[in-house]
Design a protein around this ligand. Structure first.
Ligand SMILES: Cc1cc2nc3c(=O)[nH]c(=O)nc-3n(C[C@H](O)[C@H](O)[C@H](O)COP(=O)(O)O)c2cc1C
Length: 246
């Protein structure tokens, strides 16, 4: 919407674009490009993991655009073999996320074991995230189950890095969806299946053989009081190593 207003303002200023000089036209084009770039970086800034949603419905049109974004991502072997099970309504979602309930204890233990860093930001995130794993997937009334086809080599038995290409492609597609959803004014979150959750969910939705569940993704309009943990500030220059890692 903001982008539309900006364009209209710019076009209004240059109604006589046909009669302007080449240099002026070039300048207008450059301004448009800059606006688009700003919009993209704004989306990057705005993408956050939301775990609190309102029950405002996400329209079918928006959902189609967001899922469409998945198919614009880079993909191994030119495949794009992704399929999406879309589940609407809290009752239907509850049936899909049922396997999560019994695993929550195991999930909490896993997280506690992993954290030996004393990282306060990370613990604040987990303190908020852990109790919300099931609730967050139901609240917006829209759950998406992205599946990808694992053509060779079982997903959990890779023999070399490229065995993970199907998985990596699916994550590229998922990030596209997160950014598209953000551009649509939606929040997103996903739960990574632990223990036997993926296998159980595959059975519940009758996933065909050879297809793997990437995650349980939800998206929706964030609740007014949605909690967002503090994001880490990274000094980019510290993370760039010229020619070699000093
Ligand atoms: C590989 C991966 C696994 C994640 N697993 C979960 C998860 O199971 N449940 C959850 O609530 N968030 C999960 N997250 C979200 C992270 O907690 C979140 O991205 C991180 O705290 C940074 O916050 P931000 O997304 O708002 O920048 C996961 C993120 C990634 C990239």
């Amino acid at each position: 919407m903001q982008m539309c207003d900006n364009y209209l303002k710019l076009l209004g200023k240059h109604k006589t674009i046909i009669h302007t000089t080449f240099a002026a036209k070039k300048q207008i084009c450059l301004t448009f490009i800059k606006m688009l770039q700003m919009e993209f970086y704004e989306v990057l800034e705005k993408r956050r993991t939301y775990r609190d949603y309102s029950d405002r419905k996400v329209s079918g049109e928006i959902l189609k655009r967001v899922i469409g974004a998945a198919f614009k991502a880079p993909t191994n072997d030119h495949l794009r073999q992704f399929e999406f099970v879309v589940v609407r309504g809290k009752e239907n979602i509850a049936k899909i996320v049922a396997p999560l309930a019994k695993n929550m204890a195991a999930f909490k233990k896993l997280v506690a074991e992993v954290d030996e860093s004393g990282d306060k930001d990370k613990m604040a995130m987990f303190a908020d995230a852990l109790p919300k794993q099931q609730k967050m997937l139901m609240e917006s009334g829209l759950l998406i189950l992205p599946f990808f086809r694992q053509l060779t080599c079982p997903q959990l038995k890779p023999t070399e890095q490229s065995s993970l290409n199907y998985f990596a492609s699916a994550w590229c597609a998922l990030e596209n969806m997160l950014l598209a959803a953000t551009a649509e004014g939606l929040g997103t979150v996903f739960h990574i299946p632990v223990s036997d959750e993926a296998e159980q969910i595959k059975k519940i939705v009758h996933a065909p053989d050879g297809y793997e569940l990437l995650c349980l993704l939800t998206m929706g309009y964030p609740a007014e009081n949605a909690f967002l943990p503090k994001q880490k500030v990274i000094n980019i220059e510290d993370r760039i190593h010229i020619n070699a890692w000093e």
